[in-house]
Write a protein that binds this ligand. Structure first.
Ligand SMILES: Nc1ncnc2c1ncn2[C@@H]1O[C@H](COP(=O)(O)OP(=O)(O)OP(=O)(O)O)[C@@H](O)[C@H]1O
Length: 232
């Protein structure tokens, strides 16, 4: 469960000495339930990425607190955040963010190597995940030899490989055609149902948010109070 309490965030912009403070999030509070898909929907510039960056600790809020899996994370230092991210989060991005010089297998293996896992264990885990995402036959392909949907499946596999309880997804289908989008969204639903992974997804697209159990709207940095609850 992610509990966001009275978060406000401002950026300072402009030249030193004449900076302006621009408020981006204004007193945002929300509870993101465990094991469900929550979508934060809003137009470009409404503050979605800022909110995701606050949840993942890449920026610290100007005001307010965030609790994740019963830990107050807002006061973490960089080292604590790095450890926390490895243990709790997987990330999926609109542009996949795969390493072009690594194959499918190697991209998925990377988090395990960084964690210091032994080679034989890594192999077992990568082969298992390749099967989950249906890319066994593409294990030796480089990202530029894969379709957009396949690249996103590699990036989902990389997000899954350390068994995170939460996946943070930033416009995960934003670069895909509508048919591939449906395939990836249905895959996200399957992962949520089968493994109970909590998904927090940001999107500007109402269609994408139709897979969410909870839908929250951000409008100019303010959260609209009425969340929509879907039963699946
Ligand atoms: N590092 C920064 N410094 C200054 N202003 C920023 C910074 N990051 C974001 N902003 C401002 O905060 C506002 C919200 O940006 P944010 O990226 O969170 O919106 P978004 O809803 O994710 O938009 P999009 O859908 O276009 O990615 C924008 O007005 C943007 O200019």
């Amino acid at each position: 469960m992610i509990s966001i309490k009275n978060i406000s965030h401002s950026f300072k912009i402009g030249k030193k000495g004449t900076e302006e403070t621009v408020p981006v999030l204004k007193d945002v509070s929300m509870d993101i339930p465990k094991g469900e898909i929550t979508c934060i929907v809003g137009k470009s510039g409404s503050g979605k990425s800022t909110l995701l960056n606050l949840i993942s600790g890449y920026i610290a809020p100007t005001e307010g607190t965030i609790e994740i899996n019963n830990q107050t994370v807002t006061n973490f230092n960089e080292k604590e955040w790095a450890q926390f991210r490895l243990e709790h989060f997987g990330f999926i991005f609109q542009n996949f963010q795969l390493i072009p010089s690594l194959t499918t297998y190697e991209n998925i293996e990377l988090p395990l190597t960084l964690k210091g896992m032994r080679k034989s264990h890594r192999k077992q885990k990568v082969l298992e995940i390749l099967q989950t995402v249906g890319l066994e036959n593409h294990r030796n392909h480089y990202p530029n030899e894969l379709s957009g949907g396949q690249q996103q499946r590699v990036s989902i596999a990389r997000a899954l490989v350390l068994n995170p309880s939460i996946i943070l997804a930033d416009e995960p289908t934003g670069s895909l055609d509508s048919e591939t989008e449906r395939v990836i969204l249905s895959f996200i639903q399957t992962l949520n149902k089968q493994y109970g992974i909590t998904f927090v997804m940001i999107t500007h697209d109402e269609e994408v948010s139709s897979i969410a159990h909870h839908k929250l709207h951000l409008h100019d940095g303010v959260l609209r109070k009425e969340g929509v609850k879907n039963e699946f």
